[in-house]
Design a binder for this molecule. Structure first.
Ligand code: GTR
Length: 432
């Protein structure tokens, strides 16, 4: 059972910069013994210290072992007037074996339904780069294709035609297609793979009965209670399993060494953690990820650690509750979550009206992650002169040139075509 998170009587978010508590960010280049990390080798040998702090204080632990079975259930070369080959896969997560020998085959696996659109020019001999991202409402919502399978998994009741209670309905087809400009992405030479996050773990506080937590219940039970994984760690594990499926299925025509992980909001928090735990993700994209994602927790502006743990007690490990209204005690902050990706490219996208996610805190995390990139002779987040920027870009402007990029879109909390173009531009540039 979980300790009840601290409930503030009524949470009134602060948006006033002058009321930000005083703080000092942890220096990403000081190791656990207080020694300075000043070479790339030092960083690589100490990186795990930072990774474990995030695992044990923020996200919780998941098994490192993974077993999957992949089935291609649909291949449609006629999609998008023949410009795209559309695939649907079932990736089944299998139970773990205690002894690393044969798993218990009597226990059922967990099926993930994956939708993949690949430019038709791609093949095993001529593979293309890809974006892999979780979606919020089901694969059938990202396209109006009447054949895309509707996942039977629990969905949030939005009290509209897209579901009856927690069961998704046909009327939801295509409702999220603005967030997934699939043909534009294919036209630029990239594949897109997406799956419903609730297939991996349902997004409600179910005491971790279902999804990936249910599959690994015994393993999780043996962990100290406060580092048992929250849902973000579970969704991350699912992303890793889908990347395994891509690696193991060269016929898809995807270059498994060139897979970017993309996520919006809670799923942007997830893409950052996925990039940290799995070095195979070549590019990491955090769109409007906010608190618990790329925004500096210590700023405590907009959504705070205490607030997120109260609203979403199942997202993080229980230890994260120790930092409710106590951010300065957190042994890490989000600039170090970015730094765990170094030297790989990280894209940070903010939106002007998304003040809940603290656009400035998202920007500053990129600035403060940069010293780790410099150890690799990579620029980190830089302005047009190659210098560390002190001011945020104007709305609809960006710092697009570094290994960490930042853009500020005009508008609301969302993933739009504007954002996708920024991410495509970064991916084009780092592949040149
Ligand atoms: C909000 C939450 C944010 C963000 C968002 C989303 O309610 O406070 O941290 O994750 O949901 O995922 O859309």
């Amino acid at each position: 059972t979980k300790p009840a998170p601290t409930k503030s009587a009524k949470f009134v978010p602060n948006y006033d910069e002058s009321k930000i508590p005083e703080f000092t960010l942890p220096d990403p280049l000081i190791d656990a013994n207080g020694e300075r990390i000043d070479t790339r080798n030092d960083w690589e040998s100490r990186r795990r210290e930072t990774l474990l702090k995030f695992e044990h204080h923020v996200f919780g632990s998941m098994p490192t072992q993974r077993r999957i079975h992949t089935e291609i259930v649909r291949r449609d070369p006629t999609w998008n007037h023949g410009k795209t080959t559309r695939y649907e896969l079932t990736v089944t997560l299998l139970p773990l074996s205690e002894s690393n020998e044969q798993p218990d085959t009597n226990q059922p696996g967990l099926d993930l339904m994956v939708l993949i659109d690949v430019p038709s020019s791609a093949s095993a001999d001529n593979p293309v780069p890809a974006f892999l991202g979780l979606n919020f409402q089901g694969n059938h919502t990202v396209t109006d294709d009447p054949l895309v399978r509707i996942s039977p998994s629990w969905v949030r009741d939005r009290r509209d035609a897209t579901s009856r209670g927690n069961t998704p309905l046909d009327a939801g087809r295509g409702v999220a297609s603005d967030r997934w400009p699939l043909s534009m992405i294919n036209d630029r030479g990239y594949a897109v793979a997406t799956l419903y996050y609730g297939d991996i773990d349902p997004d409600f506080d179910d005491g971790f009965q279902n999804g990936v937590h249910g599959l690994f219940a015994d393993w999780i039970e043996r962990l100290p209670a406060d580092i048992r994984p929250g849902s973000i760690a579970g969704w991350t594990y699912g992303l890793q399993c889908v990347l395994d499926a891509i690696v193991q299925t060269p016929a898809l025509g995807i270059d498994a060494d060139q897979v970017a992980v993309i996520g919006h909001s809670r799923l942007g928090k997830t893409s950052l953690w996925a990039g940290a735990v799995d070095p195979r993700f070549a590019v990491i994209i955090s769109n409007n990820s906010g608190c618990g994602g790329v925004a500096l927790s210590r700023r405590a502006i907009g959504e705070t650690v205490g607030r997120i743990n109260t609203s979403f007690p199942h997202w993080f490990c229980d230890r994260f509750n120790d930092y409710n209204e106590n951010e300065n005690a957190l042994p890490v902050d989000s600039h170090q979550l970015i730094a765990l990706a170094a030297p790989r490219p990280v894209a940070i996208g903010s939106a002007t009206e998304d003040t809940w996610a603290d656009p400035k805190g998202e920007f500053l995390a990129g600035v403060h992650a940069s010293p780790v990139y410099q150890l690799f002779d990579k620029p980190g987040l830089v302005d047009a002169n190659g210098q560390s920027p002190t001011l945020m870009p104007a709305p609809n402007e960006a710092y697009p040139d570094g290994t960490i990029t930042y853009h500020l879109r005009d508008g609301k909390h969302d993933l739009t075509e504007h954002d996708w173009k920024r991410y495509l531009d970064l991916f084009d540039r780092v592949r040149d």
